[in-house]
Every structure is written in structure tokens, then in C-alpha cells.
Ligand binder design. Structure first.
Ligand SMILES: [Zn+2]
Length: 434
């Protein structure tokens, strides 16, 4: 299995199964309902875990929640903790409704303060950080390799968090002194305050896995400064930190003039799930390579729905016998997924399996991506079964007008009734989706 590593700028082989593969993906800052773009790293992490486990890896996925941050203070002055708690609940609900299960751990920054303070203390003690008037800054000049991840030249790094008291404009905050209007603060050796964003993730990742782990994920927008700084902090303590850095492409089309007609101005994951359903949302992501940008809008959603319907319709047809013991074509899927987790190629393979009627493999493959529901044959509602029985009785009594009327009523509900010789004398079949 190989994956593209932002740090080495090449494809890298993972260790053989069972690994372990320990993955830390950066999660959301919780101050509003998550939008569909926030869902992409979540979906990628969950799918990758699913596939690695299918390949025999011991895999753990940690996906953090940033619940203390300037954005949250700005969104709810004086009441940020309450907003963060509420938005955390929304996030957990909405991602859970994707039907992929949940990460193994979802640590919150506010529950990791002791580790964060300890981490900062070690950076100060080793000369990699300094305190100034209640803030603590990382000393970028102490890291000659700074810029290794994002490719920024050390002498041309963009200024972060301007403050005239800093030694160097490149230095970034590890700890920020409490300010008026900020309702959350903790004690530290440098005074009351709260952590900077980057140190939260270094501390939470190392809390979960120790100083070295296999994969760090997140959106491409996090390479600089967030991940550059996470890496600098951990390397400064002599920790290797993540071996492979995976950055997913951004979801475009979420703002501006070309808004979605079906969704209005609300591109929240919640609205996408409620309007289009989770299968369409997952199919939308499946069709794009994780490293590539992806355009969100009615057109791509319509395309995704057409694919969902194609698979659903395939499984409406009856399958011969039971498939117990029949193997799946794992090698065919591995050929594309083990090569940089190429899900659009996997999707193309699923369509090929549909054409070849490899339905056992197809059901298994879709299930790896949370789409096993497309293979579930829906049972007819009880009221339709009742109508079908009435129709059978009418037909047996040669009341053909009544029999036809009942058939049409069943058809109007999206089902077809077929006569069969065996008991109960009819079969209800879901009509095709389109
Ligand atoms: Zn992070």
C-alpha cells in the first residue's frame, strides 16, 4: 500500500500488515454547523481506516475537535464555551449520519490542556520557545529546517500572529494570555490563558500515539501554517511525529455566485444529508481522488445520484442462490486502492463489476465505503402487501377491472406486482430508481 506524502513529495510504501497504522486527522473548529468541505477529511479518514482494516492492518483513527479558538471567541463573545459545546453536538450528529461509523477517538482541545501545557513547558525549557507578557511563542529561528513541509523558505516565511513583542515575525503562539471577552482560560506557568491552535494538535496526537505515528491527515489548507508548525514543535523535542502527511484537496463551489439551487445558501453537511441523502454525499466524494480539488454543486450531485441509482437498480434484480462461501475480487480492488487510495478507479471498477454481474464483490466493495445499503433489497411496506393480496383475490375471482385498479395503485406507490406460482401468489418488486 502506498500513499502520497506531502513531506517527501513522493509516493511512500506503508509497512506491511498488520502495521500498526496510527492515523491522526485534523478535525473541525466548532463554531457553526460543519459544511460539506469539512466532511471530506472525515470521510477520507473513515474510508482509509475501513480499507486498511480489510487489508489486515491494525488501524486506529484519531480525529480531534478544536473547541477553543479565535473563531469561536469571535462567533460568540463571552459565550464561546456554550457555542463550542453545541456545535460539537451538531458535528458529531452530522458526521454520524454519514453512516460510516465514528473515529476511534475524538479528543477535544479543552480536555487536553495539561498535556498542552507540559508540551509548551518542554519547548521553553529547551530554548525553542519564550514567554512574553503572558504569551508564549515558538522560536522559529531555532529550527533550521522550518518550511520542510510547506516548502516555504525559512527566510521568506509569512508573518503569523503579528505582535511587536515577538523576537521574530515568523514566531507563532503556543500560549495566549487571556483577553477581555474570552470566557475560557486555564492556569499555566505563564499566567492564565489558552493554547494556540497548532500546539493543540501536537499534544493530542502524541497523547494518543506517542512521539511517532504513521499518518497525519487534513485539508490542503492546513499545510501552512498549521501542519508546518505542528511538525516544528514536535521535531524540536526530538520526536519524529508523523511519517506520512496526507492532504486532501479542497471542496470548491461553496460560496460566491454559483450557489446550489437545491441547497440555497446552506452548504452545511446537515442540509446536504437532508436534501440529497447520505449515499449521494458519499458518492460525490468517492468519484474524486482524495488529493484533487472537487467542485460541489447541483451538477455534481445529480451525477452522484445517477450513480447511486445505477447500483441500487442493479440490486433490485433477483440474484441466483445464496452467495455463502463465494469469494470476493479483493485483488482487483487492491490494485487501485493500494495505489494511493484511488477511489475514482475503485468506483470505475464497481461499475465494471456491475456490468459483469459480480454482485457479491460489488456488495462487499460498496460496503467498504458505507454504501452497502445500495445492495439491500427494500421490503415492500405492509399496506402494499395488503393491496397485492386483494389484487390476487380479485384476479382469482376474475374481477379483472378491480385487479387492474389495484395493480395501478401499487404502481403509483413505486412498486410492481408480479404473479408467481408459489405462495403467496404474487411478488412485489421495487420499480427502478431514476
Ligand atoms: Zn490540527
Amino acid at each position: 500500500m502506498r500513499l502520497y506524502n506531502t513531506l517527501s513529495r513522493q509516493l511512500e510504501e506503508l509497512p506491511p500488515p498488520p502495521g500498526p497504522i496510527r492515523m491522526y486527522f485534523c478535525g473541525p473548529t466548532v463554531y457553526q454547523r460543519a459544511h460539506i468541505g469539512n466532511a471530506r477529511p472525515f470521510v477520507l479518514g473513515m474510508w482509509l481506516r475501513s480499507w486498511l482494516r480489510a487489508r489486515g492492518y491494525e488501524t486506529t483513527l484519531v480525529h480531534n475537535i478544536t473547541d477553543v479558538n479565535d473563531k469561536i471567541y469571535d462567533a460568540a463573545p463571552g459565550a464561546s464555551a456554550e457555542l463550542a459545546a453545541r456545535a460539537t453536538g451538531w458535528y458529531l450528529q452530522d458526521t454520524s449520519d454519514l453512516g460510516l461509523g465514528m473515529p476511534d477517538e475524538q479528543p477535544k482541545a479543552t480536555e487536553s490542556i495539561p498535556s498542552i501545557v507540559r508540551f509548551i513547558g518542554q519547548l521553553v525549557d529547551s530554548g525553542h520557545a519564550y514567554a512574553v507578557e503572558g504569551d508564549v511563542y515558538f522560536r522559529v529561528a531555532s529550527d533550521p529546517g522550518y518550511g520542510r513541509l510547506s516548502g516555504q523558505r525559512p527566510d521568506h516565511v509569512e508573518e503569523q500572529e503579528p505582535n511587536p513583542l515577538k523576537e521574530d515575525p515568523r514566531d507563532f503562539a503556543l500560549w495566549k494570555a487571556n483577553k477581555p471577552g474570552e470566557d475560557t482560560a486555564w492556569d499555566s506557568p505563564w499566567g492564565r490563558g489558552r493554547p494556540g491552535w497548532h500546539i493543540e494538535c501536537s499534544a493530542m496526537a502524541e497523547d494518543a500515539f506517542g512521539p511517532v505515528f504513521e499518518i497525519h491527515g487534513g485539508g490542503l489548507d492546513l499545510v501552512f501554517p498549521h501542519h508546518e508548525n505542528e511538525l516544528a514543535q514536535s521535531l524540536a523535542l526530538g520526536h519524529q511525529f508523523a511519517r506520512v502527511w496526507m492532504h486532501n484537496g479542497m471542496v470548491g463551489g461553496l460560496g460566491g455566485e454559483k450557489m446550489s439551487k437545491s441547497l440555497g445558501n446552506d452548504v452545511s453537511l446537515r442540509n446536504v444529508l437532508d436534501t440529497w441523502g447520505r449515499e449521494v454525499a458519499l458518492m460525490f466524494f468517492l468519484g474524486a481522488h482524495w488529493r484533487k480539488p472537487i467542485e460541489f454543486g447541483d451538477e455534481t450531485l445529480v451525477q452522484a445520484r445517477a450513480q447511486v441509482d445505477a447500483f441500487r437498480n442493479f440490486f433490485l434484480d433477483e440474484r441466483p442462490g445464496d452467495e455463502e462461501g463465494e469469494g470476493v475480487l479483493e485483488d482487483e480492488l487492491a490494485a487501485v486502492l493500494d495505489d494511493d487510495f484511488n477511489t475514482p478507479e475503485a468506483l470505475a471498477l464497481f461499475h465494471a463489476w456491475r456490468d459483469r454481474e459480480e454482485w457479491v464483490s460489488l456488495r462487499w466493495g460498496l460496503g467498504l465505503f458505507g454504501l452497502g445499503s445500495l445492495a439491500e433489497v427494500e421490503e415492500a411496506p405492509a399496506e402494499l402487501a395488503k393491496l397485492a393480496e386483494q389484487r390476487r383475490d380479485a384476479r382469482d375471482a376474475k374481477e379483472f377491472a378491480e385487479s387492474d385498479r389495484l395493480r395501478d395503485e401499487i404502481a403509483a406507490a413505486g412498486w410492481e406486482v408480479r404473479d408467481i406460482a408459489e405462495t403467496p401468489g404474487y411478488r412485489l418488486v421495487r420499480r427502478r430508481y431514476s
